[in-house]
Design a binder for this molecule. Structure first.
Ligand code: SF4
Ligand code: MG
Length: 331
C-alpha cells in the first residue's frame, strides 16, 4: 500500500515567556492511501500541533520545528517556503477545522467560496469551476446545488455549513485531508451524517484522512488505525481493533475505560487520575509514570523504545520490553 505521508521524529516547540514548551517530542507515523488515521489524546497532548505542522500552520514566530521530517509524496514539507506550502495547501492537502461558521466567509456566496481554490490554484475557467462546485455540493448531499451556489453561509444550518466546508476542502481533489475535531460542534444526528459522508467520499476518492479528535465514538466509527498521543509522544499505534480490544499502553487502557458505555448506564466513569506532566521541562522517562499503576523504577529514568506487537501495532511501554526486568535488578 502506497505511503502518502511519512512523519519521522517530528519535534515541535513553542517559545513562551515562561520558557520553551516541548509540545511534540519525536513523533513517527506513516499514512497510507485511502486510510483514516485517528490521532487521539487529551487536550495539550500534541495532536493538533502534529497535524498543524504538516501544513506549516505552527504559529510563527513562537513555534519551531526542532527536528524531524514530514515527507508528503517524497517532499519534505518542513523544508518548504511559505509560498511553496501555500501551493500545497487546499490543493494536495486540505484542512477542516471544528467550527463551520468561522471556516466560511460570511460576505461571500457559497459559489464564490467553492470555486476560489479551483480558479486560483488550478486555473480552471468560470463555467467549468461552477459545474465542479455543483458536483461537489451534490457529493456532500446538498440539494438544488445550482440555486444554493448563490446563497450565503447564514442561509444554511450548522450541519449544512459543515458539508459546505467539506465540499470546499475537497474541490481541488486533495490526496490528504486533515480534519481537526470536524464534528465536535455538531449535534449527534448531524455528526453521524457527516461521518457517513467522510466514509462515502473516501470510498469514491481513495483520499487519506488524518482525524484529530478526543471523541472515541467518532474514532470507533470511521478510523482504520488509531494513534494515541500523550505529553507530546505517540505512545501507541495500531489497527482500530487492536487499540480497542487489545490496548497495551496503560494510558490507552485508561482512555478507553473513561469512555461512558451505553450498555453500562449505572457504571461510573473511570477517569485517569492526575494530570499530564509540564512540557516546559518534560520528564526524561515515561511521561505517564506519575499516573501509571504499573510504573517501575526504570520508567522514571529512560523513555521506553517502541515494541512492535504486530505489523500495525506498536507501543512505547517498559511492560512490553523484557529488558525492563534486567534494568530493574541492576539499579
Ligand atoms: Fe507505565 Fe512504565 Fe509503561 Fe510508562 S513505561 S506506561 S510508567 S509501565
Ligand atoms: Mg485540538
Amino acid at each position: 500500500n502506497e505511503k502518502v505521508l511519512q512523519v519521522n521524529n517530528l519535534q515541535v516547540s513553542f517559545r513562551t515567556y515562561g520558557g520553551e514548551v516541548e509540545a511534540v517530542r519525536g513523533v513517527n507515523f506513516d499514512l497510507y492511501r485511502g486510510e483514516t488515521l485517528a490521532i487521539v489524546g487529551e487536550s495539550g497532548c500534541g495532536k493538533s500541533v502534529t497535524s498543524n505542522a504538516i501544513l506549516g500552520l505552527i504559529p510563527q514566530p513562537a513555534g519551531i520545528i526542532k527536528n524531524g521530517s514530514i515527507l508528503f509524496k517524497g517532499k519534505d514539507l518542513t523544508k518548504l517556503s511559505k509560498a511553496q506550502l501555500r501551493k500545497i495547501q487546499g490543493v494536495d492537502v486540505s484542512l477542516i477545522f471544528q467550527d463551520p461558521m468561522t471556516a466560511l466567509n460570511p460576505t461571500l456566496s457559497i459559489g464564490e467560496q467553492l470555486t476560489e481554490g479551483l480558479r486560483t490554484h488550478k486555473k480552471i475557467g468560470k463555467q467549468e469551476a461552477k459545474q465542479k462546485a455543483i458536483d461537489m455540493l451534490e457529493l456532500v448531499g446538498i440539494s438544488n446545488p445550482e440555486e444554493r451556489l448563490k446563497q450565503f453561509p447564514h442561509q444554511f444550518s450548522g450541519g449544512m455549513r459543515q458539508r459546505i466546508v467539506i465540499a470546499i476542502a475537497l474541490i481541488c481533489d486533495p490526496e490528504l485531508l486533515i480534519a481537526d475535531e470536524p464534528t465536535t460542534a455538531l449535534d449527534v444526528t448531524i455528526q453521524a451524517q457527516i461521518l457517513e459522508l467522510f466514509e462515502e467520499i473516501q470510498r469514491k476518492t481513495q483520499i487519506s484522512i488524518i482525524l484529530i479528535t478526543h471523541d472515541l465514538g467518532v474514532v470507533a466509527k470511521i478510523a482504520d488505525r488509531i494513534a494515541v498521543m500523550y505529553a507530546g509522544k505517540l505512545v501507541e499505534i495500531g489497527d482500530k481493533r487492536e487499540i480497542f480490544y487489545t490496548p497495551e499502553h496503560p494510558y490507552t487502557k485508561g482512555l478507553l475505560n473513561s469512555v461512558p458505555r451505553l450498555d453500562l448506564v449505572e457504571e461510573e466513569l473511570q477517569p485517569i487520575e492526575g494530570t499530564p506532566p509540564d512540557l516546559f521541562s518534560p520528564p526524561k522517562g515515561c511521561p505517564f509514570s506519575a499516573r501509571c499503576d504499573y510504573a517501575m523504577e526504570v520508567c522514571d529514568h529512560v523513555y521506553p523504545i517502541t515494541t512492535k506487537l504486530s505489523v500495525a501495532h506498536g507501543v512505547d511501554c517498559w511492560l512490553q520490553d523484557s529488558r525492563a526486568k534486567v534494568l530493574q535488578v541492576q539499579r
